[in-house]
Design a protein around this ligand. Sequence first.
Ligand code: KG4
Ligand code: ZN
Length: 344
Amino acid sequence: MRVLGIETSCDETGVAVYDSDRGLLAHKLYSQVKLHSEYGGVVPELASRDHVRKLVPLIDDVLKESGSEGKDMDAVAYTAGPGLIGALLVGACFGRSLAYAWGCKALGVHHMEGHLLAPLLEDSPPAFPFVALLVSGGHTQLVDVQGIGKYEILGESLDDAAGEAFDKAAKMLDLDYPGGPQIAKLAEKGKPERFKFPRPMVDRPGLEFSFSGLKTYTLNTVTEHAGENGLPDDQCCADIAWAFQEAVVDTLTIKCRRALEQTGHQTLIIAGGVSANTRLREKLEKALAKINKSVYYARPAFCTDNGAMIAYAGCQRLLAGQHNDLAVDVFPRWDMQTLPALGS
Ligand code: KG4
Ligand code: ZN
């Protein structure tokens, strides 16, 4: 089965062609980061309009690169939620219409299921069951994954998502959006022991997260060390970036380990933008090796938003016989636990 995947839930236009026999044939991404940079965050209306501009040329490119034409496609899978409603509607209307024109099936895909399954696009993918840590700009969730669509949320953030915390801390240090990669880069120059930030909620039992206290702690540290320009000096900013990243990474690592112990699963997968963080990968690998468990993740380009994960997740569900009718429905908020399970 050959599927065109379309991702437009936020500020990235991602498209890909996935073939169930031959694997991923082509993928393209256009990031709107520059468009939103002067506003310090994503402007929904600008995002929708830019998806309209970029979808046709990107789809032309992946069709060419994959050696396919519309008639070769068995289905179009598009992100139906969660995300920004206007941005979702662009991809959904476009995907649904293309499928109609090509006479093939269409399916709306859950964005977080796309992230969750992205590591399975890599060589030697892990087998079910496993624990998934979903860490993106809008979500921080630990999920017990028994199979596709068999999801039980074990714990999630009570306030900010991990990616959101990175983005806000970056703003405090006058770094550009998205803040995660910027903090990670600056942290490389940081002196490890200068600051010790709190690891929120690790002393309590349970698998919930909270990053708002850490955010306040970061802001207080920045203010305390600020010079006349309102910012600490360069070295101090790097030390703060290091301490912040370390606190987030340690918190996530402790909770992942706890989730594995609680479920008895051998495998952890990490997915979503923050799973691209090298320090998180390093620390998880070390911590899990000690208890003979392992961690899997996607290549960095498939950790952040992309079309390949949507084509892949869609293809798994389409192969099981699922598809949507002609109505175009999008869901800006959408609980992953309500998705139908495959094979039951
Ligand atoms: O999954 P994603 O691309 O979009 C959402 O579905 O939200 O995640 C974006 C988030 C942003 O908050 C960004 O700062 C964060 O992922 N991120 C990172 C890194 N790369 C992206 N955070 C920490 N370290 C990174 N290397
Ligand atoms: Zn995402």
